[in-house]
Design a protein around this ligand. Structure first.
Ligand SMILES: [Ca+2]
Length: 128
């Protein structure tokens, strides 16, 4: 194809573009290529909560894992905010043993800068 001006890549995938120029004398430049990743999809984060209890009320320590997945560009970071103490980067399983009601918010950002909508779960720890 002859280049006529800017063009759009809208499909979510890795695009490989090959290009070269030819001068008036017919000399062809070496073919070059660039890779362009298009990613419009937000990541998905799932919460895995484990502990002893039923119906969101736990009798002992609660363990929370956040598993994230992203199509195309991959997950850059997963963030969580436990009991409104502020946003932190998720790296390891969360261990919560303080009695009372808890609220956990979480979401991920992919390598293209797409933010997942913040998700929220609530649970309670009661030793009695
Ligand atoms: Ca994505």
């Amino acid at each position: 194809m002859t280049y006529n001006g800017p063009f759009y890549l809208s499909e979510d995938e890795i695009h490989e573009i090959y290009f070269y120029s030819i001068d008036w004398a017919g000399n062809k430049e070496i073919t070059k290529s660039i890779q362009i990743k298009v990613d419009t999809l937000s990541p998905q984060t799932n919460v895995i909560i484990s502990g002893i209890g039923i119906g969101g009320i736990y009798r002992k320590t609660v363990y929370i894992s956040l598993e994230s997945y992203d199509e195309h560009s991959g997950v850059n970071v997963t963030l969580y905010n436990l009991d409104n103490e502020g946003w932190n980067e998720y790296t390891n399983q969360l261990v919560i043993s303080e009695e009372g009601s808890h609220i956990l918010q979480y979401y991920s950002i992919d390598n293209a800068g797409n933010n997942e909508t913040i998700k929220t779960i609530t649970f309670q720890i009661s030793y009695n």
